[in-house]
Design a protein around this ligand. Sequence first.
Ligand SMILES: NC(=O)c1ccc[n+]([C@@H]2O[C@H](COP(=O)([O-])OP(=O)(O)OC[C@H]3O[C@@H](n4cnc5c(N)ncnc54)[C@H](OP(=O)(O)O)[C@@H]3O)[C@@H](O)[C@H]2O)c1
Length: 322
Amino acid sequence: MFAVYAESFHDDDPLAGLVLGDRPEPEVPDEWTTVEVRAAALNHHDLWSLRGVGLRQEALPMILGCDAAGLDPDGNEVIVHSVIADPSWVGDETLDPRRSLLSERYQGTLAERVAVPRRNVVAKPVGLSFEEAACLPTAWLTAYRMLYVQGALKPGDSVLVQGAGGGVATALIALARAGGLRVYATSRDEAKRARALEIGAHEVFASGERLPVTVDAVMETVGRATWTHSIRSLRPGGAVVISGTTSGPELDDAMLSHIFFRQLRVIGSTMGTRDELAALVALLDATGTRPLIDRVLPLDQARAGFAAMASGDLFGKIVFTR
Ligand SMILES: NC(=O)c1ccc[n+]([C@@H]2O[C@H](COP(=O)([O-])OP(=O)(O)OC[C@H]3O[C@@H](n4cnc5c(N)ncnc54)[C@H](OP(=O)(O)O)[C@@H]3O)[C@@H](O)[C@H]2O)c1
């Protein structure tokens, strides 16, 4: 079958190891099923994989992609949950030390078909297109858990979203607005700041610009470039929820004095559970909030999508269709 896969790792030039071509049909163990992929979304995770972060050399070649929406063997429209827990694990699968995401241990979604455990499919409502549904399993689920599970934010609370243009960041802005939060966002780019206002931010600022208020929580996916600003922007007792470090994990100043003196909380967050994905799907179905899609490309033009993400030239999700 046709697939988009990583053949080798290149830290400086991730696209050098990206191949579009033929791969074997997925193996389907007991208790697993196959999904015919109609749409699959790109995540920064796929670029990290091509750089050799989170993917082992022995696992190559590996079909990339964590997100998919498509048809199960009975023709039902489904969304794929990407977190694969150990079969013996009970409870929140994001806490299973042996968990993996599709495309880490098991072949990913940028292909004609993908195999997943049966419990990893969630029904797709008819009101969501395949393209919209494909945006949910990684970026949107991560944003949902950051805001409402790890961040425990309630209507009326205030939140700052760093780096407005990204897949997770656009999800954070739209979901925060849908949940009744007061939403502030930053971006390096003026046009992206204007778009952030259109999708739900109340106020936008240049990266690093001081906010007029301090906020209850900051949503961090940028890391080194925004960390100091995130810590400075919190009210005493506020929380920074972090799920990524796009600009790098090493900090010039961790702001430790600020953190203890103002009694701030630093909370990690990663992906979400199957039940949280189902709750997110229900939220979108009920509210009409929809994922922001930067562009839709045929899967055989995936290289252009990877290049756009590598250069930061996007606002929202890049989706591939067949
Ligand atoms: N833990 C998890 O479960 C999980 C799940 C999903 C994603 N992630 C991580 O979250 C991060 C974002 O993922 P994504 O798929 O949303 O990526 P993306 O679509 O490529 O977004 C990258 C964002 O980072 C911002 N950015 C990049 N460099 C910056 C810099 N030097 N200064 C300020 N902002 C900068 C950009 O903001 P502007 O261009 O607007 O300034 C853009 O919004 C990645 O590191 C990814 O690995 C983690």
